[in-house]
Design a protein around this ligand. Sequence first.
Ligand code: G6P
Length: 608
Amino acid sequence: MCGIVGYIGTKQAAPIILDGLSKLEYRGYDSAGMAIYDGGKINITKSVGRLKVLENLTHGGETMPGICGIGHTRWATHGVPSNTNAHPHYNAAETITVVHNGIIENYLHLRQMLTDKGYQFVSETDTEVLAHLLDYYYRGNPLETVTKVLHRVEGSYALGILFADCPDQVFAARKDSPLVVGQNEDGCFIASDVPAILKYTRKVYYVDNQEVVRLRADHMHFYSVDEEELTKEPVTIEWDANAAEKAGYEHFMLKEMYEQPKTVTDTLMPRIKEKDIVIEELNMSDEELNSVNKIHIVACGSAYHAGVTGKYVIEGLARIPVEVDLASEFRYRNPILEEGAMVVVISQSGETADTLAALRESKARGFKVLGIVNVVGSSIAREADNVMYTWAGPEIAVATTKAYSAQLVALYLLAMKFGKARGKIDSKLFASLLGDLKRLPNQIEMLLNNKLKIQKFANRYIGAKDVFFIGRGIDYAISLEGSLKLKEISYIHSEAYAAGELKHGTISLIEEGTLVAAVSTQPDLYAKTISNMVEVKARGAFVLAVTCEENKEIEKAADYVIYIPETNPYFTNSLAIIPLQLFGYYVAVGKGCDVDKPRNLAKSVTVE
Ligand code: G6P
C-alpha cells in the first residue's frame, strides 16, 4: 500500500527511483510520481495508472536530470486516483516537496488553519497539508522545519522530503508506517520496503517511530523529533535480491505457490529437534505453557483464516479455549482479556495497521503478545514480546499463498507444543503428528504437480458469476481461504459458508450450474458434508469436492473430486488449500486478470 523511494548521491536519481518503485509495485497502487532537483529547481512528473506510464513519460527517468529526488506509488485514500492527487506534493513556490504513506488524521483541522493563513490547496489529499505546513514553518533550517511539522501532525506517516534550498540533503521521517534507509558508495537511499533498495545495499536501518533522517550523498544522520542526534545499528538483510524476482514463472503468485514445500520445511524443521518441538522464541517454560488458560488470535485477511484453523487445531490438540478475532474488530470492541490469557497476532508483512493496533492494545493492558510474522524487522516483529518467524522469504503477489502455508504450520507447532506441555498429547500421538508434519512438504509438492488437472477444471469457470465454498470445522476454515483466493484475484463473487448454515439462507442462491466447492477432510464429518452436497446438487449446483483419498463415498454426491493425500485431520488445511489456490489462480489467469496486482488491493494494509 503506497510506496516511497528516495535517493541522493552521485548517480542520476530518477532511474534509481523508478527501479525502486518497480520493486514496490506488488504493494498495490493506482498512480505514481517523482520529484527531482535538477540543479536549479525541483521538477515533478506524475501519472495515473501503472508505473510503466511514468517510465514512458520520463524515458525511464532519463528526461529528469538530477542526483537527488523522491518518488511515490499512491494507493488512493483521500481523493480519487488522479494526477493532482498523486504524490509528490509541492508548496505554492514549488520549493518544498513531499511524498507520504499513511494518513494524517488531523488534516482537516490543519487544512483549515493553513487556508485561514492564505494557503491554497489543489488536491483532495491529506498529504498536501504537509507540503504547506513545511512551507509555513520553513525559516532556512530544514531539520527544524521537519520536526516542527511532526509535532503538529497526528496519524501515521512515512515521509520523503526535499527542499530546493538545501539540495544536498533529503529528509525521511516515520510514525507507524514502515520506512528503511540505506547507503552504498554511490549514495543514500530511502524506501518504504527493503526490496526497493536491496539491489543497492544489504545494510539497512529501520527508522523508528518519530525519528527523522537527514540523508546526504555520503552519509546519514538520525534525529529524534526533538532534534537530538541518535545512533542506530544497521541490520543486514539475509535474503538475496533474486528472491524477489519471478525466476521464469509467469506470475509471482505461481512462483510463490511452488515455494510452499520449501516454506513449510523452513518453518517446521528448525523447530523439530530430536523428536521434540523446540520453539525457543516462545520463551515459555512448560509451567508457563500450562498456566495459559485462553488464547486470543488476532489477524486480518488470510492471516485471520490461518487463525481460524489455529483455533480448531489448538483447541483440539491442547484443549485450550481459543478466540479468533479480526484485528479491526478486536481493537475497538473492548475485548475481555483475563489473567492467564495469551495474545497471538499473525501477520505476513508485520505492518498491517489494525493488527499492529491490536498488539498495542493488548500490551497496553499488560498482556504478552506473541507475533507470528514473516517480515524480519517489521513493526509487529519489533513490538511483539516474542516473535515466531515464518520463514517464507519475501512474498510479492498480493494474494498470499506461501506465507499463509507457513502460518498454518507455525500454528500446528504451537498447538503441539502446548498439547504436549499440558499432557493432552501422549507420546504415541506426538510421534505420529511429527511424522505427518514432516511429510507435508512432499505432499504439497505432489498436489502442485497436479496443476494441469486443476487448470483444465478452472478454465470451465472463467465465466462464473458466483461460487460457493462450504465445509465444516477445519474444512470451513479452508473454505474461507479458498473463497478469498478466488474472489480477490478473479473478481468472481464468492462466499464461504459453514456447510451446516446453508439451509439458513444461502441455499436460496443456488441456481442451475452454480459451482459449489465442498471441502471435506474431516472423517467424523464426511457424512454430514455429503448431505449438504446432496442438498445443493438437488437444486442444480455443480459440486466440486476436495477430500481425502479414503473418502471414495463422496463420488456419489460430487460431480468432480480432487483427492488429497493422507495426513492427520488437524493438518489437512495445508494440503486442501493447494488445489484451491491453483483453482483461483487459473480462473484469474483464464480471465486475463492482473493476478499479482489485483485491482484495489494492497499487499500490506498500513492504514485502517
Ligand atoms: C492484505 C493482503 C492479504 C493479507 C492481509 C493481512 O489484505 O492482501 O493477503 O492476508 O492483508 O496482511 P498481513 O501482512 O498482516 O498478513
